[in-house]
Design a protein around this ligand. Structure first.
Ligand code: CDP
Ligand code: MG
Length: 138
């Protein structure tokens, strides 16, 4: 069964949104297979966002994601990578549709509360980066 990495970013943790956001994934019928509160290392942050290494916002993004605890989750379900991205919503503040997590909880480009893997390949890569096999209960 497909799995994806969902991460509540430091702004979402500071705003006490962990429970509210987890509830949405549970209500959607997805299955939680792992979760933990983490202070991400600089090394892991650089690898996590490796696809953006050439972008002008890369250093700021790495600094932001390591600025406070993040809440890491692995969710499982059929087509869960795409379904989680639909639930999260777009990165462009003008396309954060109400009803999505970003649409309901932010209107900011970088303080956008939540991350979700953007492909099956990246989901597998990100889960392996942040979780040991022993931390996942299937
Ligand atoms: O997070 P998502 O995959 O929806 O968006 P992305 O385009 O892959 O960008 C990754 C993250 O970089 C975003 O979630 C923002 O936190 C940040 N970002 C930014 O700070 N400034 C931008 N112009 C674009 C993205
Ligand atoms: Mg992305």
């Amino acid at each position: 069964m497909e799995q994806t990495l969902v991460m509540i970013k430091p702004d979402g943790v500071k705003r006490h949104l962990i429970g509210t956001i987890m509830q949405r994934f549970e209500q959607k019928g997805l299955t939680l297979v792992g979760a933990k509160l983490v202070l991400m290392s600089n090394e892991k942050a650089m690898i996590h966002y490796i696809d953006h290494r050439e972008k002008p916002f890369y250093q700021d993004l790495v600094s932001f994601i390591t600025s406070g605890p993040v809440f890491m989750m692995v969710w499982q379900g059929e087509d869960v990578v795409k379904i989680a991205r639909l639930m999260i919503g777009e990165v462009d503040p003008l396309r954060m549709i109400p009803g999505t997590i970003r649409g309901d909880f932010t209107s900011h480009l970088s303080l956008n509360v939540i991350h979700g893997s953007d492909s099956l390949h990246n989901a597998e890569r990100e889960i392996a980066l942040h979780f040991d096999a022993s931390e996942l209960i299937e």
